[in-house]
Write a protein that binds this ligand. Structure first.
Ligand code: HEM
Length: 410
């Protein structure tokens, strides 16, 4: 399916052509208009940097309870399967307001603390080496053979999932994405809802196990409490872990790694600089790639009162989508925004990790994962380059902006 060209500048649907390949076609045009409703997404699109900052800075007016779609908002046949599987749905961290957000956030922060990130550095290096050593034939797809399994290992270790269950958990978290995606066919959503019932039973076993045998992992912190806050009830833990395993800590980081490598490989000067001064260059290219290709496409807000935003009066209850990738290329903040420039003085103003109350708690973990992934890759394969016939294609995703494959040679 393709959106007719005449609608492409007005109605946004990132899962189909031409927005799937190039969301900036819409973003560029949207920044010139007032905040406008997208019929395909069923929400007002917020694309200018200043408007997104206004929303992020005012959580009382712009509530996060609409940050994510709800799986129980699906058609009745899907809901029936969820009910049969006793799948709980509560808020998690990202779609909760104060005061409740504070406790969840503190518990989540403990799960991705600086100490935990440092503890995971050897595992990151070991997994990156292992994957590179498994490459054969002088060529690889860095999405499926590198970034994907690497990030999967790390997020499972953060949460406390047994490594041998990786594939099961991956399948279930894919099912959740299906349930969150309003563009997937209903019969697929019914099948996914049934499997999420199995995931629910699995998660409950993990929670029960940590209640009896606490360990140094995120599940234990959520069960027993951390950072001065008590633990949460099981239904909330289910939602936070399901969200962390997928929405928050997996696709985003995988896509950030491949976007950063792609930015580097398209700019031979950057590859030369990485060889000379890897740590400094990789830190710079990471930040510029996060700005240039924000992996988290958008999260939502809902207005708690009538309010004017970017030239549009929004009634109470209006759903907004904050297009982080559009704000990151706002020409009024980042001159020549489509260009890659490792020396942008204000690169840290990008909103790839959001800002304010809900700013990403996983940012230090993600930055560490990207850094180790790139350092290991460029040090191990100094002749790394894009495969000659490689053409980038992007995942058809509502939430994420990420490469489907990244074929390289050395
Ligand atoms: C490059 C990788 C990542 C990107 C681009 C990213 C992006 C974002 C963004 C834009 C937000 C703001 C949400 C909002 O304002 O509504 C956010 C929040 C969040 N992120 Fe990340 N994220 C990344 C990695 C991670 C990781 C690795 C984790 C955890 C393991 C994580 C956990 C979360 C959580 C729990 C929130 C909600 C925080 C709150 O509501 O207080 N993220 N992330």
């Amino acid at each position: 399916m393709t959106i007719a060209h005449s609608d492409a500048e007005f109605d946004f649907n990132p899962t189909v052509s031409p927005h799937r390949e190039d969301p900036h076609l819409f973003y560029r045009a949207a920044r010139k208009r007032p905040v406008t409703m997208s019929p395909s997404m069923g929400a007002y699109m917020v694309s200018r940097y200043a408007d997104i900052k206004t929303v992020l800075d005012d959580p009382d007016t712009f509530s996060s309870t609409a940050a994510l779609p709800k799986i129980y908002d699906n058609p009745p046949e899907v809901v029936a399967e969820l009910e049969a599987g006793n799948v709980p749905e509560t808020t998690m961290v990202v779609n909760e307001d104060e005061p409740r957000h504070k406790q969840m956030r503190a518990l989540f922060d403990a799960g991705v603390s600086g100490a935990r990130v440092r503890m995971l550095l050897p595992l990151m290096k070991q997994r990156a080496d292992e994957l590179i050593n498994g490459f054969t034939g002088g060529t690889a797809d860095l999405v499926s053979e590198y970034a994907f399994p690497y990030v999967q290992t790390i997020i499972n270790a953060v949460i406390g999932f047994p490594p041998e269950d990786s594939e099961l958990i991956q399948g279930w978290t894919d099912d959740l994405t299906v349930l969150w995606n309003p563009f997937t066919p209903v019969e697929d959503r019914v099948a996914s809802a049934r499997r999420v019932g199995d995931y629910t039973r699995y998660l409950q076993e993990q929670i029960d196990d940590r209640r009896a045998n606490p360990r140094d992992d995120m599940i234990s912190g959520l069960v027993h409490g951390a950072n001065g806050f008590p633990g949460l009830s099981d239904d909330y833990i289910h939602n936070i872990i399901r969200g962390a395993a997928r929405v928050a800590g997996f696709d985003t980081t995988r896509d950030a790694i491949t976007a950063t490598v792609f930015v580097a490989l398209r700019n031979p000067d950057v590859v030369t600089m990485i060889a000379k001064d890897p740590i400094r260059t990789i830190t710079k290219v990471t930040e510029e790639a996060l700005r240039h290709d924000a992996p988290n496409r958008a999260l939502g807000r809902i207005t708690t009162r009538e309010v004017e935003l970017g030239g549009t009066v929004l009634p109470q209850g209006s759903v907004l989508l904050l297009l982080f990738g559009a704000a990151n290329r706002d020409e009024t903040v980042f001159p020549d925004p489509d260009a890659v420039d490792l020396n942008r003085p204000n690169v840290h103003d990008h909103v790839a990790f959001g800002k304010g109350l809900h700013a990403c708690p996983g940012a230090p973990l993600a930055r560490a994962e990207i850094r180790v992934a790139l350092q290991t890759l460029f040090a191990s394969l100094p002749n790394l380059r894009l495969a000659e016939d490689y053409e980038p294609t992007y995942i058809a995703s509502y939430f994420f902006r990420g490469l489907e494959s990244l074929r390289v040679r050395w």
